[in-house]
Design a protein around this ligand. Sequence first.
Ligand SMILES: Cc1cc2nc3c(=O)[nH]c(=O)nc-3n(C[C@H](O)[C@H](O)[C@H](O)COP(=O)(O)O)c2cc1C
Length: 185
Amino acid sequence: MTDRFETLDGLHAKAWELLGKGVHDASHPCRLPTISTISPDHWPEARTMVLRSADKAAGGLTLHTDLQSTKLASLRVNARIALHVWDAETALQIRLQASVAITSGDPVRALWDKIPDHARQSYGVIPPPGTQIATALDYVKSPDPATFAVLDCRVMQIDLVHLGEDHRRATYSRSDDWAGQWLSP
Ligand SMILES: Cc1cc2nc3c(=O)[nH]c(=O)nc-3n(C[C@H](O)[C@H](O)[C@H](O)COP(=O)(O)O)c2cc1C
């Protein structure tokens, strides 16, 4: 056991270290967090997304998506997400809440230009994602920079649970500069 799990600062740093690993290592559990939104009619919605960046200093994360997807309609009503990851190797559950800014069009064009062709296939489909179709393959992938969106997530709250020999749980908030507070697990 190291102080990475025994101190509030250590646990907080560990969570961001793991999120950073997810960005760079396609096989790491933090690569594919579950991202939840609230639908316009107030239902929770969860889906897998690729974590594109994680910045501890700014408390920021980024995700990429299709502007026409259902989650965008939800984010336009309620620009908030929750993220969940369970990293079995470190026995750490990471949960966080963030507010979201949606960016598309010219400001993200330079980023789009760097995305390889195969990855662009995820952004742009006809008909739009979630449209009813008569048979399973009644759609065409149509990569389109106009439907590419970046979600800039400003983390507001983090909840960490470490299931080591002892169980530890802590909460962190942007409002107190991530000082952290132990919670009963
Ligand atoms: C492994 C995996 C990775 C995915 N990555 C993304 C992603 O980065 N962005 C995204 O918008 N959807 C991604 N998806 C698809 C979403 O999980 C979801 O099916 C799709 O975005 C439609 O969700 P929505 O109807 O809630 O908008 C991924 C799915 C899987 C299985």
